[in-house]
Ligand binder design. Structure first.
Ligand SMILES: NC(=O)c1ccc[n+]([C@@H]2O[C@H](COP(=O)([O-])OP(=O)(O)OC[C@H]3O[C@@H](n4cnc5c(N)ncnc54)[C@H](OP(=O)(O)O)[C@@H]3O)[C@@H](O)[C@H]2O)c1
Length: 279
């Protein structure tokens, strides 16, 4: 595979424009799926304390033979570890489970605003970055208001905001907020997970027109929006096709038609950042 393009973050670091989601990939089967993803060319693996597979992620990197410094690893601090000391401890535990000395990107998984400890948690990430345990720091599921609070308190802008984003929920306002603040938008459930709109006309027609499959159309749409999708697949053929999105381009009309699939209730589950409690 040719060299993967990258996004440059506001801290000067680079991330591949497509990453690999690891939810549900556990045990030996999970390790095998991740090794196969690394062989397919993924160089950004997205895990979290709550996926309970950090050990598997580290093990997959070691077994793949890909040098550690060529793979970016993201993890996330769960709600129950919010707070300054808790977040520092959580990060050390993640590094231990992964078997690595430094995380490439570490995120606050959800803001959990009802507990209101995400600002302290962000202060811990700022210090972890200063101390070299984490290269880049970011957030996930943050709204405009949450972003502004952490920036106002610390003067440090998250490098990344990982949010739900797929054709049924294309998040134009959050994309604009992130862009205005210089934050890269990472898209979780970038295909739409189990409700992926593969059969919707704008997706199916673009797939036929470009001779690609519907998953490739959606991931290409993500890139042309300027987002960083992290598709998950345990299937080697899909892992490969999900990376093979650099040899065609969607027209403005195709882009608009796919974005037009947005639904008012397009969220996958009750994941409203203002009310969701991620423990
Ligand atoms: N920050 C957060 O709060 C948050 C929340 C949710 C997810 N995430 C992250 O985002 C990652 C991706 O999200 P996700 O796993 O929910 O959803 P997704 O990547 O949109 O979809 C994954 C599903 O689509 C299938 N699939 C993958 N490629 C396909 C293709 N080309 N054609 C047809 N089906 C395909 C997979 O099946 P097979 O595996 O059987 O191939 C799997 O069932 C997660 O793994 C996780 O790392 C973060």
């Amino acid at each position: 595979m040719s060299e993967m393009p990258t996004y440059t973050l506001n801290d000067g670091e680079q991330l591949p424009v497509i990453g690999f989601g690891t939810v549900g990939l556990r045990g030996e089967e999970g390790i095998a799926a991740m090794v196969s993803a690394l062989e397919a060319g993924y160089r950004l693996l997205d895990t979290a304390v709550n996926y309970e597979n950090e050990h598997e992620v580290g093990e997959a990197i070691r077994r793949s033979g890909v040098p550690r410094d060529e793979v970016k690893v993201t993890s996330k601090i769960p709600g129950r570890h919010h707070g300054y000391d808790e977040a520092i401890r959580s990060t050390h535990e993640s590094l231990e489970r992964l078997g690595i000395a430094r995380l490439d990107l570490h995120l606050i998984h959800w803001p959990n605003p009802s507990r209101d400890r995400f600002v302290e948690t962000w202060e811990a990430l700022v210090d972890l970055q200063r101390d070299g345990l984490v290269t880049s720091i970011g957030v996930s599921n943050f709204t405009d208001a949450h972003l502004r609070r952490v920036i106002d308190k610390t003067g440090v802008t998250p490098a990344v905001n990982q949010i739900e984003l797929h054709p049924y929920f294309p998040q134009p306002e959050m994309r604009r907020t992130d862009a205005d603040l210089g934050i890269v938008t990472e898209s979780w459930s970038p295909l739409g997970k189990r409700q992926a709109p593969f059969a919707e006309a704008p997706v199916a027609e673009a797939a036929a027109a470009h001779g690609v499959d519907p998953g490739q159309v959606i991931l290409r749409w993500q890139l042309q929006l300027g987002c960083l999708p992290i598709p998950k697949s345990a299937t080697p053929s899909r892992q490969r096709s999900n990376l093979d999105v650099f040899s065609f381009e969607l027209s403005d009309e195709e882009m608009a038609a796919i974005t037009g699939l947005a639904k008012p209730d397009g969220r996958l589950f009750g994941g409203d950042p203002d009310t969701h409690e991620e423990m």
